[in-house]
Design a protein around this ligand. Structure first.
Ligand code: GTP
Ligand code: NAG
Ligand code: NAG
Ligand code: MG
Length: 420
């Protein structure tokens, strides 16, 4: 009897051993190469399960940076198919990283929409670069949101709750007046016209996201919203492109703002220009914003649901004075000013023309507009899956032609065939 059960125990132990061996063999894929000279921890090698449960991922400051002794010149970026390394789209990219993060403002209920966006950003770019991702919310993020997003992001994830002062009516706002505006806009069926939270969101994105505690750890950001799509491979590091070319703000789509939401915005801007001439830069993009030298606004703006930008510019005295001046005028609540025209006007007046960049090669969709790179060759090289007919760039309601004109840029071949 005793020997009999000892034998069973041996069988069971043996079976466990075999299972363990099989498990180990089936789970050890090819080792992700971790090239010499790379200055970041090999996060891509962390098992996904660890990423989900480990709280370590959220801790500590970002370590990615242009590391000591890491000369960007020794790691040239492949900008065209003729450059070495263009086809190197697997594994973790060696070389320097910029002090940068993705950033998303979202509600817990946005989880599956933001999951779609993250998956595409990771597949097309970040799985090889492992940049961090900061999530911001006016309420605490729930466990599901954190679990799902941290399992999808290849870099570290950080979750921040927005302080009340950054998501509420400032004391100088007349509540009765603001309420009447919302009722009136509801009657006139202006999109989000009756929404309080949408107004807090626009004000937050205009004046506060870049100075959240978690964002203070970075120099550059890439904004990602729920349900956006990336249609082409991103072969080089756009953060490095921004840094090395001294770009402060960038866009992929531009269009005319809905006038009903900003009737007095330009009056406020003119007041700011008068009070702060020291912040208005020579060689700016006034020609993008105005057709009469600044007298009136033509409503052109860069669409801010996609942005790659320099956080230190947004944290500069010039930008803060600009936001403060607009905020005092109350248009976030007495009208429905969007963060897109606010960012765009700031960039247009307070940055030099060549500090604003158009990313033709980042193909993008946010309902209802698509930026699909012009030119068959480019789209094939970048393995794009967007329909070129959907490209908005050269259509009548886009302002991108205007951007090309004021910058003396040549439009890409084939643009004439995409005007309608
Ligand atoms: N935490 C939080 N995030 C919000 C709230 N409202 C909007 N957002 C986020 O702010 C960003 C912009 O909001 P959207 O609802 O996408 O606004 P939109 O892009 O103008 O309009 P859509 O066409 O609906 O996408 C998104 O990232 C949203 O997830 C809110 O009340 N709380
Ligand atoms: C990243 O940028 C922030 C903000 O400019 C700065 O405080 C921080 O020291 C930088 N981190 C590194 C590692 O350089
Ligand atoms: C403005 O831009 C032009 C052409 O781009 C350049 O020649 C000129 O030096 C610039 N002026 C300033 C003050 O930067
Ligand atoms: Mg959106």
């Amino acid at each position: 009897m005793a020997t009999g059960s000892a034998r069973y125990v041996r069988y069971i132990l043996f079976a466990f051993f075999i299972i363990a061996v099989l498990y180990f063999v089936s789970n050890s894929g090819p080792v992700v190469p971790y090239p010499q000279g790379a200055d970041f921890p090999p996060k891509g090698t962390t098992p996904q399960s660890d990423a989900v449960t480990s709280p370590k991922k959220e801790d500590g400051p970002s370590t990615v940076n242009y590391g000591p002794g890491l000369d960007p010149k020794e790691y040239p970026m492949a900008m065209t198919p003729n450059d070495p390394g263009w086809n190197d789209l697997s594994g973790i990219k060696s070389g320097p990283r910029v002090n940068a993060t993705f950033v998303t403002l979202a509600r817990n209920s946005d989880i599956w929409e933001i999951a779609r966006s993250i998956r595409q950003v990771e597949d097309r770019f970040n799985r090889r670069y492992n940049y961090d991702w900061v999530f911001l919310n006016d309420k605490p993020f729930d466990a599901t949101f954190k679990k799902v997003t941290s399992s999808l992001v290849s870099g570290k994830t950080h979750y921040g709750e927005i302080p009340k002062e950054h998501w509420s009516f400032p004391p100088h706002i007349d509540q009765e007046r603001a309420k009447k505006v919302r009722e009136d806009m509801a009657q006139r069926k202006i999109i989000y016209g009756d929404s309080i939270s949408y107004r807090h969101m626009c004000r937050f994105e205009s004046g506060f996201f870049f100075r959240q505690e978690l964002m203070m750890n970075y120099d550059y950001y890439w904004r990602v919203e729920p349900s956006v799509e990336l249609f082409c491979d991103v072969h080089y590091d756009p953060f490095r492109f921004m840094h090395e070319n001294n770009k402060k703000y960038s866009f992929v789509l531009s269009l005319y703002e809905y006038v009903e939401t900003i009737p007095t915005l330009w009056d406020s801007v003119k007041k700011f220009m008068k009070n702060h001439p020291e912040h208005i830069v020579e060689n700016n993009s006034m020609g993008f914003l105005s057709d009469d030298g600044g007298e009136s606004y033509n409503h052109c703006h860069f669409w801010s649901n996609f942005e790659i930008g320099n956080l230190n510019w947004l944290r500069s005295q010039a930008y803060l004075d600009f936001f403060e001046s607009l905020d005092q005028d109350g248009g976030f609540f007495y009208e429905r000013w969007g963060d897109a025209p606010v960012h765009s006007i700031a960039a247009g007046l307070m940055l030099k023309k060549d500090e604003i960049h158009f990313f033709n090669d980042i193909a993008y969709y946010h309902v209802p507009f698509t930026h699909c790179p012009t030119g068959d060759k480019v789209r094939q090289e970048l393995k794009c899956h967007c329909n070129p007919k959907d490209n908005f760039d050269w259509k009548g309601y886009s302002c991108t032609s205007r951007y090309f004109e004021i910058n003396g840029l040549e439009k890409p071949e084939g643009w004439e065939n995409q005007q309608d």
